[in-house]
Design a protein around this ligand. Structure first.
Ligand SMILES: Cc1cc2nc3c(=O)[nH]c(=O)nc-3n(C[C@H](O)[C@H](O)[C@H](O)COP(=O)(O)OP(=O)(O)OC[C@H]3O[C@@H](n4cnc5c(N)ncnc54)[C@H](O)[C@@H]3O)c2cc1C
Length: 212
């Protein structure tokens, strides 16, 4: 019956929906199989990774005050609505675990408090996967800047959640630190006042991660 129903209504969207539901079931079975190891800092494969526990840096991430617009916009959407897209979740999780090197379990616990669709297996499974301690041993880090410029090329999403950046052209809306003092004055965005300075040199950090 299901196969027939699938064939009868099959299209691109149904293909992806079934694909996504397969991921959901995958994490349910993984949780069943691994139990408490799902919450271990080095994950189900006991991967040798040292995690940072910088509370102040973590709070900047949680509050959407990192100074990296695509991360901040997604975190502010989560804090205001309880929802964030899968693309957004992958990027902010990678930013916390890969770019900042902060304990991914803090991020998973924060999502647990905030998400309207929180599910223990999907949340902790996806977080561990993104942090490189889940099922996949490959380097999964996301370059949040190139992701932002590809998936939010006109910066409409970033400007929706970060009104301080509303008047900026896309290249500066995604990389406001590239503005010099004159440009900041021209666009009326004083970094460090109207919008945070970036909490790290993210372009240098991604160059580092690419060369690892
Ligand atoms: C760090 C991180 C944390 C996440 N935490 C949760 C969570 O707590 N609860 C949750 O349901 N999903 C979680 N996901 C998976 C996914 O992001 C959401 O299921 C999806 O964004 C929900 O939006 P939607 O219903 O519009 O999804 P659609 O894209 O329309 O997908 C339809 C359904 O498929 C399932 N699904 C889709 N993608 C995934 C996935 N990667 N893993 C597991 N199931 C998936 C969900 O049940 C979803 O409702 C997480 C993903 C990441 C990267």
């Amino acid at each position: 019956m299901q196969r027939y129903e699938e064939r009868r209504v099959a299209n691109d969207d149904t293909y992806w929906l079934v694909f996504e539901l397969a991921w959901r079931d995958f994490f349910q079975f993984q949780f069943l199989k691994h139990g408490a190891d799902f919450f271990a800092p080095n994950g189900i494969r006991d991967v040798e990774k040292r995690w940072d526990r910088d509370r102040a840096a973590f709070c900047r991430w949680a509050d959407g005050e990192t100074g990296i617009p695509f991360v901040d916009a997604n975190m502010r959407e989560l804090n205001r609505t309880g929802y964030m897209s899968n693309r957004g979740r992958q990027n902010v999780a990678s930013f916390l675990a890969d770019a900042l090197g902060i304990d991914w379990r803090w991020g998973a616990a924060y999502f647990e408090q905030r998400l309207v669709d929180y599910d223990v297996a999907s949340n902790w499974g996806n977080w561990a996967y993104q942090a490189g301690v889940g099922n996949d041993s490959r380097d999964n880090h996301f370059d949040v800047l190139s992701q932002a410029e590809y998936y939010d090329d006109d910066a409409a999403y970033v400007r929706t959640w970060l009104p301080a950046l509303d008047d900026l052209p896309p290249q500066y809306a995604h990389r406001p630190w590239r503005m010099d003092d004159d440009e900041q004055a021209r666009y009326g965005v004083d970094l460090g006042v109207d919008y945070p300075e970036p909490m790290l040199d993210i372009e240098a950090r991604y160059a580092e991660l690419r060369n690892q």
